[in-house]
Design a protein around this ligand. Sequence first.
Ligand SMILES: [Zn+2]
Length: 274
Amino acid sequence: MVSASYDKTVRIWDLERGVCLHVLQGHGDIVQSVCTSPDGRRAVSASFDKTLRVWDLETGICLRVVQGHSDTVMSVSVSPDGRRAVSASLDKTLRVWDLETGECLRVFNGHREGVFCAGVSPDGRQVVSAGFDKTLRVWDVESGVCLAAHLPNSQVLAFAISPQAERIVFGAADGHIYFLTPINFPPPGPAILTAFDFGLRNADFGMSPEGPAARCPYCATYFEPSAEVVSAIREHSGFPNPTSEMFDDPRLLAACPHCGKPLKFNPFFVHCYD
Ligand SMILES: [Zn+2]
């Protein structure tokens, strides 16, 4: 096991014997996060000193100091193939790093406040982040396209990505656990993030550069939502606090144009590209 500490060190522990094998020193400030590579040979740490460090877990030697962030690095996550790491920083960006060279491969800009949590999808193609701007974002590593889910009234505290990446589950400061489903509409349609509450069958709704799109949760057919629905969602998503009136807005009710089932659009989340 590897631990990160406010005492500026990273420690490698033998869990069987309960002894500390190495104390990794070098960071100039609090070590906020640490993540090991899948093969267990490396660890990457993130620090208040604005850097990341790559460590050899066998020898305890610092292989590399990774620099680029202009503020505290809050979180680091190593990709499933162990070749890259993604970091989240209070400088509002995420960075993708090549762990062999220390080169910064991508900078993701979009969060309006500091970013405190970063994760990589199991296939390594997407990065998920949570920020103090009350958004959870999914980034396509290659294209840089960002999907954002905004909680108007709450903060995302932590999230996890399911093994098949078909769900992101997150805990929020409002005491609820939510599921997000990244959905790719058939080309050339948009990709969206949709959120649902337990037991409710809300219609999926997405905004993209190609325009709004919806998906029926019953027959899984894609359709273009009416202008009325779109304007109601836009209106409500700007609200700082969700109200019951907002959920009861009759404009959010629609029928699936294919199977005819009654649908309700959930105005609580905004699913949009920035
Ligand atoms: Zn339908």
